[in-house]
Design a protein around this ligand. Structure first.
Ligand SMILES: [Zn+2]
Length: 363
């Protein structure tokens, strides 16, 4: 990766900046570097069309802030037997939630909690449909905020941390791909954005959702109670008026073609710029990496936490597997089967897109 970074940087005549950034990245993750901050801020004035190319290259300078060792540590923690598959409503899910809080803190955030009881959930989204299990008694989303210059406009990034738990006669479901991999992407983006030391145009909310496996309960609660004092104190505008973009990660650690890994990029096609940003980023970055396209509408369809945002036609991007693997929702969804390079490339591409969206704007 470093070779690649140097090659691209030299091509662009930015050798000195890249060298300095690499040194900083290598030795002191999270350290502020004003020169980078200033150059990134300058990009705010230009539109995407005018300056997208340069900004993708700016984003490239921070790619080495992604760490596969860190990714492995996160997955190991979340998939350990002691966490019993992180079923929403269990004390093991609370343990997973506390781990995520700690990781956000280590990255320099003071995370907000959005706890919700069964009764509060019922009031927000209605009772479970007939034949469906009752909601868990208590759940909790975790939200880390990176304040932007437009305080009341938000980019929301989400991944669920709960999984299926222990099922009698089947066993513990570790959920390495579903969705420890998505939590890696979420935490890594939060770390990278903080270390990149930019003040984004929009406030970014990094959200670890609870209760996805029981019907995207955490994200539905977030959407249906917006604007909530728990996550956006002072904001009075509706979700549609204040959330300019949503990005979801659910199952991004496996691939059907390990020799040439792929990821599925689903986007709300009511907003064609999303595809353009992705294609531009991929072209500039030149990662050997397949991005398969899955066109969607903002009509609420979908089986993960982007669906509640889609239902309100929020511009969204959802990263997911390029196929449904045989270990899906089985005790065999284990860490040894993850494709770490695919996870890295997915997160880095998402970072380039987020960097662009958050420094320039979503229009
Ligand atoms: Zn999932």
């Amino acid at each position: 990766m470093k070779d690649n970074l140097f090659a691209v940087a030299m091509k662009r005549g930015r050798f000195i900046l890249a060298s300095a950034v690499l040194l900083v990245c290598s030795f002191q993750l999270g350290a502020a570097d004003n020169s980078r901050g200033e150059s990134a801020k300058e990009g705010n004035a230009a539109s995407y069309a005018e300056g997208g190319h340069d900004r993708v290259n700016d984003a490239l300078h921070f790619f080495d802030l992604y760490s596969t060792d860190y990714a492995k540590r996160v997955v190991d923690y979340l998939t350990q037997r002691g966490l019993k598959g992180r079923e929403a409503g269990t004390k093991e899910a609370v343990k997973a939630m506390k781990f995520i809080v700690k990781e956000f803190r280590k990255a320099g955030y003071e995370p907000l909690l959005q706890p919700f009881s069964k009764e509060e959930l019922e009031a927000a989204i209605g009772k479970p449909k007939e034949g469906k299990a009752a909601y868990p008694l208590q759940q909790c989303n975790v939200v880390a905020k990176l304040e932007g210059s437009e305080k009341d406009k938000f980019i929301v990034i989400g991944a669920h941390y709960d999984h299926l738990g222990y099922i009698e006669g089947v066993g513990i479901h570790p959920g390495a791909d579903d969705n420890a991999s998505g939590i890696v992407a979420l935490l890594s983006l939060a770390r990278m954005m903080k270390a990149a030391d930019i003040v984004p145009r929009y406030t970014i909310l990094f959200c670890a959702w609870d209760g996805e496996e029981k019907g995207s309960l955490g994200s539905k609660f977030f959407v249906n109670t917006w604007p909530s004092d728990a996550v956006a104190p002072g904001c009075e505008a509706s979700l549609k008026e204040s959330v300019v973009h949503y990005m979801n990660f659910d199952m991004v650690g496996r691939t059907i073609t390990p020799e040439n890994p792929g990821v599925m990029f689903a986007w709300n096609n009511n907003y064609p710029y999303l595809l353009k940003i992705c294609q531009a980023a991929q072209k500039e970055i030149d990662l050997p990496f397949q991005v398969l396209l899955d066109e969607r509408r903002g009509d609420g369809r979908g089986g993960s936490d982007y669906a509640p945002f889609s239902a309100q036609d929020i511009p969204f991007i959802a990263w997911m597997e390029d196929f449904m693997h045989v270990d899906y929702h089985k005790p065999t969804d284990t860490p040894d089967k993850l494709h770490w390079e695919k996870l890295r490339k997915t997160t880095q591409l998402a970072f380039a897109i987020l960097y662009n969206l958050s420094t320039v704007g979503c229009e």
